[in-house]
Design a protein around this ligand. Structure first.
Ligand SMILES: C[S@@+](CC[C@H](N)C(=O)[O-])C[C@H]1O[C@@H](n2cnc3c(N)ncnc32)[C@H](O)[C@@H]1O
Length: 450
């Protein structure tokens, strides 16, 4: 394709990338375009040309997509994590389903029954955990989000994806920074103390606040605790987290407990969970009920069943299904999450679930080698999916059913392919929209032995 930087090209957006950028094709050659929605006719200026694709910026929106929607609030202030926000929610769900179908086919060679995506009735205020950077704009202390590919912070007074209480907590933290003239972190200079504010909120609107700082000595930190507790009675726990580096992770390794409960208690259905500041907990509590409900249905638990729950986190899925089966064995690589899982089992009076600390790809094959048996397996890996060693160990174990919960259709397709080649059939795939307005889609899949 004879295309060069600076070229102006007119065309229609026909798809989204997995990051939610628009995709336009000129003679079959893809151009990825930020801030463009399927159905938009746009004039695009080419900013980079690679071997198999180009990147462009919208110069002019010639005809907006018929599926564009507007909200009463300014959607630009929601930041970069929700690129599909301007696209009708119904259409977002249709696109997510087609993405799952395409990835399964293209990467896994799998033609599966993919159900319509389970969406939300009101797809806002659904995030129960946010990590918000602090900074300065024109000498004013702000919290917000990083402008794309930049260390500038775009200020945000109200975030329609978080519970309202999070907006209030951020107002109090900004007021504390102002009052005590605490320095905020400047990514360009590598100077300043306050980096991020982490907020986890439970079903009852109680919050854990995690103040992420460059080093442990910070002035007036107990004044912050006092201000939070006085003006926001829902704050039940405050931590300081130390992160001395500019890594891609918001939280560093060290936590200092400053106030209140050490763990936040949250609820999924009838179950209670104790959550440490560094534990994984599903972001969208409402949708997780649909997700786990499907996993439970697909597992078809029976009183004789022995089940492995690999990547078990704080034990959520294990405890959800424990009542239906004889025994569940969880494996998880974050130590605090394993401890939480054990406490959660006690808290919910579950005595037939055990949790082990280790990497699933190491520990699971070792346990199988030592003779541990199970007739059903649940998998819920992070975005990178499962290691090959783990998939091979599952094939060796030869369970009658595998329930795979995935947050990334591409790695899901890659992993399912191995199971299909080993004689499993993909019976059903149920996508669930855990992150409305983003390009992410979660799936629960049922595989049975042929
Ligand atoms: C998508 S989460 C699922 C957690 C849990 N099933 C849930 O629904 O809350 C993935 C989990 O895998 C854990 N993890 C990441 N890599 C792992 C590995 N190699 N072995 C075991 N667990 C791992 C993470 O700490 C995280 O708790």
């Amino acid at each position: 394709m004879n295309m060069k930087i600076g070229d102006l090209i007119v065309g229609e957006i026909i798809d989204f990338t997995h990051e939610g950028n628009g995709v336009m094709k000129i003679e079959g050659f893809p151009i990825f375009v930020e801030d463009a929605l399927i159905g938009d006719k746009v004039e695009v200026k080419i900013t980079a040309v690679k071997k198999s694709f180009a990147i462009g910026e919208v110069e002019a929106l010639i005809t907006p997509s018929e599926d564009r929607v507007e909200y009463k609030f300014d959607t630009d202030t929601l930041g970069g994590g929700v690129p599909l926000i301007g696209y009708s929610y119904k259409k977002q769900l249709e696109w997510k389903r087609s993405k799952v179908i395409q990835d399964l086919k293209r990467i896994g060679g799998i033609d599966a029954q993919v159900k319509p995506v389970i969406g939300m009735g009101h797809p806002f205020r659904y995030r129960n955990h946010s990590q918000v950077p602090a900074g300065k704009v024109e000498e004013k202390v702000v919290t917000g989000y990083y402008r794309r590919k930049s260390s500038d912070i775009v200020p945000m007074e109200e975030d329609h994806l978080q519970p309202e209480v999070a907006d209030q907590i951020l107002r109090i933290v900004r007021a504390w920074i102002d009052k005590y003239e605490i320095s905020v972190y400047d990514r360009d200079r590598g100077e300043g103390i306050i980096r991020h504010i982490g907020i986890r909120t439970n079903e009852n609107n109680e919050s854990m606040v995690i103040l992420v700082t460059t080093f442990s000595q910070i002035p007036n930190k107990f004044q912050l605790v006092h201000m939070l507790v006085k003006d926001c009675p829902g704050v039940v726990s405050v931590y300081q987290n130390i992160n001395p580096t500019d890594s891609r992770f918001t939280y560093g390794r060290e936590y200092i407990h400053l106030f209140g409960k050490e763990k936040l208690t949250d609820y999924i259905g009838d179950l209670q969970f104790e959550i440490s500041p560094d534990s994984f907990f599903q972001i969208n509590r409402q949708q997780v009920k649909a997700l786990y409900g499907k996993a439970q249905e697909f597992l078809e638990g029976d009183k004789d069943d022995l089940v492995f729950d690999l990547y078990s986190g704080i034990g959520t899925i294990s405890l959800f299904v424990a009542g239906d089966v004889k025994k569940v064995i969880g494996i998880e690589s974050v130590k605090a999450a394993v401890m939480n899982a054990k406490e959660n089992a006690r808290l919910n009076n579950v005595s037939n679930a055990e949790f082990h600390y280790g990497k699933a790809e190491n520990l699971f094959p070792q346990m199988i080698e030592k003779g541990e048996r199970a007739n059903k397996v649940i998998l819920d890996p992070p975005r990178k999916g499962c290691d090959k060693e783990l998939m091979e160990a599952i094939i060796k174990l030869d369970p009658e059913r595998v329930v795979y919960v995935s947050c990334n259709p591409s790695t899901l397709a890659r992993d399912l392919k191995l199971l299909v080649e080993a004689g499993y059939r993909v019976e059903e795939v149920q996508p669930v929209d855990m992150f409305p307005h983003s390009a992410h889609v979660e799936c629960v899949c049922l595989l049975t032995r042929k």
